[in-house]
Every structure is written in C-alpha cells, then in structure tokens.
Design a protein around this ligand. Sequence first.
Ligand SMILES: Cc1ncc(COP(=O)(O)O)c(C=O)c1O
Length: 449
Amino acid sequence: MTAVLKTPSAIDMSAYWLPYTPNRYFHQHPKVMQSAKGAYYFDDHGRKLFDGLSGLWCSPLGHADPRIGAAIQKQYETMDYCPAFQMASEATFTLASRIVAMAPTGLDKVFFTNSGSEAVDTALKMAVAYHRCMGNASRFRMIGRERAYHGVGIGGISVGGIVANRKAFAGMMMPGVDHLPHTFNLSQMAYSKGQPTWGAHLADELENIVTLHDANTIAAVILEPVQGSTGVLVPPQGYLQKIRDICTKHGILLIFDEVITGFGRLGANFGADRFGVTPDMITFAKAITNGVIPMGGVLVRGDIYDAVMGQGGQEQAIEFFHGYTYSGHPIPTAAAHAVLDIFESDDLVNRAKALEPVLENSLHALKGKTGLLDIRNFGLSGAVDLVPIAGKPGLRAMKTLEACIERGALVRITNDTIAVGPPFISTPAEVEFLVSVLSDAIDDAMKIS
Ligand SMILES: Cc1ncc(COP(=O)(O)O)c(C=O)c1O
C-alpha cells in the first residue's frame, strides 16, 4: 500500500470539528488515517494498524473489498439516485426481503434510514404510531436503560443512558422517558466469560416502572442486547427473556437496538437469534453496508405495519408520515446487496463465531495483569476496564490507545474502558496479535501517573 505521507503539522486542522472527539487533545495528538485494506489501516506515519474495532464496529468484512466497490460503481452508472417518496428501485425491495429472510420469524417489514440514530428515532415513532392506530393513544412513554447508547437524535439521547450525552441537552429531552438500571456490577460479575450468571433479577425493575406509570401509558422498551458503546456490557443469563415476558404481559413493544450486534457480531445474524429472544422491532445500521456508505433501518413485526396501514384512510393517503430523502438510496442498497452476498459466499457469520473462543481465551489470559479491573467478552467483541489515572478520567485509556497505535493496532476507548471487535475476516493469529498489542500497551500506559 503506497500512502502519501504527510506529517500531522502539514494538515490544516482549523476548520474540522471532530465528532465525539476531544478536539483540543486531538490537535496536540492527531491520529490521521490515510488508507485501509483488508483488516488494516495505514496512518500518516506509515504505520500498519490492525483494525481492532472493525472501523467503529461497522466494517466486519475489512476494507476495500473490490466486490463492494464494483457494486457501487455499477449502481452509480445505472441509477445514482431514486426519489425515496412515492417510488423506489427494485433492488430496495429485494434488499428488504433479504434482510427479512435473515431476521427472526415475524419481523417481516423493513424501513430504511441512513444511520443508527435515525433508525432508533424511527422505531420510537413507529411504536407510538402503532399504539395510536390500535386505539391506545395514551401509550407514549419510552423506557430505555442506564448506560445505553441509542445514537444522537433527540429520541436516542432521551432513551439513552449515557450521562454525558444528555446533560448538555436536558432541556431538549423527549418527555415521558424512564430508564431501567444497567446490569453491570463489578463485584458480582468481574472477569465473566460470556454472559454473567448474576443479574437476571434486574429485569424485575421493569415491573416497578410499569406499576409507577401504568402500562397503558408505555409504548416501548428499547435495549441494546449487548451494550456496546459503554464497553461491551453483556446481559446476565435470563435477563432479556424476563424483559420480553414483562413487555408481552403488558402490551409494551420491545425494541432491540442491534446497530452494533446486528449482522453477525454475536456469531448469529442478530443478537435476538443468539439470545433466543425475539423483540417486536430491531434497529440496524453499520455492518449492513460494511461501513462503506451510510445506511440503517428498522425491522418490524408485520402486524405493526398492518395496524399502521389499517388506519391510513383512503388508499392514496400516506399512512406513516416519516421518511428520509435517502431512505433505500440505490447506492447503499447496492453496497448492502454486495455485503450480504459476501456474508453468504464467505460464510462470515460462522467465521465470527469460530473466532469467539480465540478472542475470549486471549483476552481472559490477561487476568492478573496490573492495571486491570475487569475483562468481559461476548461474540466477537470484548472489553477491559483499566485502573484510571487519579484525577484524570479517560487519560489511561487514551494513553493505551496511543500505545496500541505505536505497536500496530487500533482499539476503541470509552472513559477508561478499551473495547475490541475485530473484523470477521481476521485470522486467529491476528486476534491474538491484537490482544498482545493491547497487553503491552496497557503496560506502557500503566507507567503514567
Ligand atoms: C446501539 C447503537 N444505536 C445507535 C447508534 C447510532 O448509530 P449512528 O452513529 O449510525 O447514528 C449506535 C452507534 O454506535 C449504536 O451503537
């Protein structure tokens, strides 16, 4: 890979406001990527970096697969855009059918968005619209969960449970939102391999919330099956089934936000499959196009769609006043078809599944290292919590990330947690390399006080 090397100082960084990045720190410690191929990035120092988080959980097939590029190019030449309202391209219908075929039984409609955030806000609106169509207009409340990440729309931050994402925007939050407790408890589940055995009872809190507000005011519960952005928080055994049962009992819709966990990350098509718990809607994004071009969507139960159609009035009247200029856009649609072809031809979900024990064993072999508070894993994802530098939250993880880059791998940091989620095309040796880089980087970062 030939990259034109530019020193960071040669780049004018004055105009770009970086998202979810400490901009001032970044300007002092820039991380500039120049190219990507297979499971590797190449940065502006000429370093080859193993992609330990599949981009931002979105590139399980690695980078620059020519089959995706060819599909995009062909679609561009055939039809670069099709109005999303009142018309559609044939490939968008077939893509929806393919996604439905991969999904748990009963989820048989797809609404396309451009991102995970939009998918979440779409699902919340669908839930309220559905209840209204069923004659239950009083059901407007949403129940999220502490430490949840559901993107950055007003709906998503309202049901989300990351304090920093909410506090600056308190005045803009959706009304009528309550939160379940998160399920992470260091003293009960530190160093769990896979699902912790403790914590199913935390689902009972949903009954308390239902009692407090009255079931007839609650539209939906939204959960990530595994909380990804706050550091791969794995649901306790039995927890998701209990949530499902309580929702069913009270006529509350259950939405799984599978923006990270969808399309193979947990060694099954969806987290719903892996956990054997079927929600009423699934939001997805990221891996559907391998991160090459934005696309998201909502998988929804057929009878929810039917209910909304049933209230549409005359046939020429729009039933659901919602959609995006780029919903079902032909180019991401073509990319998604190519991605799903590759999933099938290269058996990628099974490859992810086969790598799960490799990641689990190598991560948990770090137990006992100085500086670690916890190690956890599920599917092809894992996380370690680090002892923070006193008075400087987040700096230990930042220094670990930088040491990883020095040593040849990229990881994801959130506060003082490091998350990993390698591409499904990785070899076992590459997964072990990632963890060995992480181990050495933690040693480097522990020298800082
Ligand atoms: C579970 C979950 N939901 C929603 C989102 C938001 O997706 P996007 O950044 O595409 O808007 C993310 C992003 O990481 C996510 O992990």
